[in-house]
Design a protein around this ligand. Structure first.
Ligand SMILES: Nc1ncnc2c1ncn2[C@@H]1O[C@H](COP(=O)(O)OP(=O)(O)O)[C@@H](O)[C@H]1O
Ligand SMILES: O=C(O)[C@@H](O)C(=O)COP(=O)(O)O
Length: 424
């Protein structure tokens, strides 16, 4: 297998979002959980997205895991590696976007790295280096209240510079609009000044196509699914990849269906409220989760008799005020970790009880769940909502399974019923 594109995603929902984008653009793509074991039977593909759970861990660990993934991908022929980050640039001043970018850049000897989280299909656009979420700057969006990495600065040149050892420049929209040669020239100018990274403006998919053409000539880029779109279209338009038909649905899996939500985003809170109309919903008590295993057991006891009747939803999700109160008592990381592990334990119990179709809302939450279920990889199926495909597990201990890993911010108001309809 010689890869046309290698990708390292810093969380599992982000990886499935990217795998979905690449598949829709015509690249045969597989999502692996971590670096795949040698005996994992991977189909012949154009792109591999290695999913890491490295967004919110200690920066040194994120760097070493990303470097190992990069080495694996380049060892399979990937001339270009995309480091997939969140379209809302989720990170803190300690990392992990800057430290990982610095390390991968040093390893491949890149001059200046193109960086953009723009993903216009989901309302993420970048102008003059400022990230907009829909109509508002990042720091005014719901991301200001994210439980793990509240985002308080929309200027990504500043945000990345605080995390990185290199200086950060800007390729502005006027340059992108002039086309690939103008972007090439601006990047060369920045590299000549010793500036190692550039935030690139992008508002429309056509901007990402221009950026993708230039990025594909380099060894490394950093971005969200929009950068994936640009790279994939460049690989196809320059004849390096022959496009494959997307979204094979595969055989039905059957079995019981359940939903788990650990995301506290506004979008997920609304989706949970709407799900109450169509399925039983259990709201977990975060205090009891932090106190011990009894709350997860209560959830399983609650779900067991109901599952035979239809899908259920179990949620820890809470409003920003409630999240802040839990964090004040137990600490941000300890509370997040305890709740993620409780969700993982609930997922394990549900699968032991016959659940084979599982929807998980939240990136860190999905990471904990997929790790606990020991699923080594996924094939990409139909798209439920922008950035969220149906995933078919490959090599799972439980056998045939369908999952949907929803980024907290993604999906329409009826996401859970939309997903269940497509997961048979
Ligand atoms: N009620 C709660 N109080 C505090 N933290 C919570 C609560 N519910 C979930 N969390 C934590 O919030 C974080 C949500 O992150 P994540 O799952 O990545 O969602 P998103 O995709 O919205 O970023 C997780 O660490 C999760 O365990
Ligand atoms: O780029 C995006 O917005 C998503 O692919 C993503 O990474 C989402 O992360 P979570 O919100 O933590 O699921």
């Amino acid at each position: 297998m010689t890869l046309a594109l290698g990708c390292i995603a810093d969380d599992y929902t982000g990886a499935s979002d990217l795998a979905n984008t690449l598949t829709r653009a015509g690249l045969r793509t597989v999502q692996t959980i971590g670096i795949p074991a040698d005996d994992l039977a991977l189909p012949e593909v154009d792109a591999v997205v290695v999913s890491l759970k490295s967004r919110s861990i200690e920066a040194g660990l994120a760097v070493s895991r990303s470097r190992a993934a990069d080495k694996w991908l380049r060892g399979r022929g990937a001339g270009h590696v995309l480091f997939k980050i969140c379209s809302t640039f989720d990170s803190t001043d300690a990392g992990n976007i800057g430290p990982v970018m610095d390390a991968l850049r040093a390893d491949c000897g890149e001059g200046a790295v193109l960086v953009t989280p723009a993903f216009p299909e989901t309302g993420r656009t970048v102008y003059q280096g400022n990230l907009f979420v829909g109509a508002v700057p990042l720091n005014e969006s719901p991301l200001k209240d994210h439980p793990l990495n509240p985002m308080h600065d929309s200027n990504l040149v500043r945000v990345l510079a605080r995390q990185s050892r290199t200086q950060v420049g800007l390729v502005d929209l006027a340059t992108v609009t002039r086309g690939a040669d103008a972007v090439r020239a601006r990047l060369a100018e920045l590299a000549a000044k010793g500036i190692g990274a550039a935030i690139v403006d992008a508002v429309f998919d056509r901007d990402l196509e221009t950026i993708g053409l230039v990025a594909a000539e380099h060894r490394l880029s950093v971005g969200a699914s929009g950068m994936g779109l640009g790279l994939a279209r460049a690989l196809v338009s320059t004849g390096r990849v022959k496009p494959a038909p997307s979204s094979e649905t595969g055989a039905a899996v059957g079995g019981l269906a359940a939903c788990l939500a650990g995301s506290c985003s506004q979008a997920t809170l609304q989706q949970i409220a709407n799900a109450e109309r169509i399925m039983p919903v259990l709201h977990l008590d975060p205090e009891r989760i932090v106190a011990g295993a009894a709350e997860a057991q209560r959830a399983l006891d609650w779900a067991r008799p109901r599952l035979a009747e239809g899908p259920v939803l179990i949620a820890s999700s809470a409003t920003p005020d409630a999240v802040a109160a839990v964090q004040a008592r137990h600490g941000r990381d300890a509370a997040g970790h305890a709740i993620e592990q409780a969700m993982a334990g609930i997922a394990e119990g549900l699968v032991q009880g016959g659940v084979r179709r599982l929807i998980v809302a939240g990136g860190e939450t999905s990471g904990a769940v997929v790790d606990r279920l020991k699923i080594p990889g996924f094939l990409v199926g139909v798209e439920i909502a922008a950035g969220v495909p149906v995933l078919r597990a490959v090599g799972a201990e439980a056998g045939e399974m369908l999952l949907a890993l929803k980024s907290g911010n993604f999906g329409g108001a009826e996401f859970f019923s939309d997903a269940l309809r497509l997961m048979c």
